[in-house]
Design a protein around this ligand. Structure first.
Ligand SMILES: [Zn+2]
Length: 191
């Protein structure tokens, strides 16, 4: 029987989708890449297919993930970037040997140095994090308004007023809580 693992939350920004593999950091944290093969699955879904992943590579991936989370959180709150996090991101970026490839259909694909090279995939994720933290892309880093989440996300909405890392999870939960509170407040309500 196959063990069930938590689903992935998919966003359209690679670096913050990756930090989203650990969610509810300030509540009951959910680890969405608990074993090496779930990292392999996540990378495949995100266009960075690798053949295999070792326990050490998973550790390195999680180290990069937490470094991106720390640096993106600091950037969102306009604090100084943590030196150790910057170091991890830069090391991962420098170690990657992925190449951007233009397909005949005009799409970008990543070609990794070798099929088992998780490091190459991490290099792509680190470079993506650098581009958003450095403010090179159209959008703004912000923190999710949910107190149990506080995930850093990249707001590309026109007004830059997005409050939730994910409308389907944190946003929805908040909407439901507000709805229930309003129901309770209604005069004459028996409940
Ligand atoms: Zn959230």
């Amino acid at each position: 029987m196959r063990a069930a693992f938590p689903d992935f939350r998919l966003g359209n920004v690679l670096a913050t989708s990756f930090t989203g593999t650990l969610s509810e950091r300030h509540g009951d944290a959910v680890e969405r890449i608990p074993v090496p093969h779930r990292l392999v699955d996540w990378l495949a879904v995100n266009g960075l297919a690798v053949d295999s992943c070792t326990a050490a590579q998973l550790d390195r991936a999680r180290e990069l993930r937490e470094a991106i989370h720390a640096a993106a959180t600091a950037a969102a709150t306009q604090d100084a970037l943590p030196v150790s996090a910057v170091q991890v991101i830069n090391d991962c970026s420098a170690q990657g040997r992925a190449a951007a490839i233009l397909t005949p259909d005009g799409e970008r694909r990543w070609r990794l140095g070798s099929a088992s090279c998780v490091e190459d995939a991490l290099g792509v994720i680190a470079a993506d994090a650098i581009s958003i933290i450095a403010g090179e892309r159209d959008g703004k880093l912000a923190l999710c308004a949910s107190p149990t989440c506080r995930a850093a996300f990249f707001d590309t909405s026109q007004s830059r007023t997005r409050k939730w890392c994910d409308m389907n999870t944190c946003g929805n939960r908040q909407k439901k809580a507000r709805f229930n509170a309003n129901q309770r407040k209604k005069p004459g309500s028996v409940e």
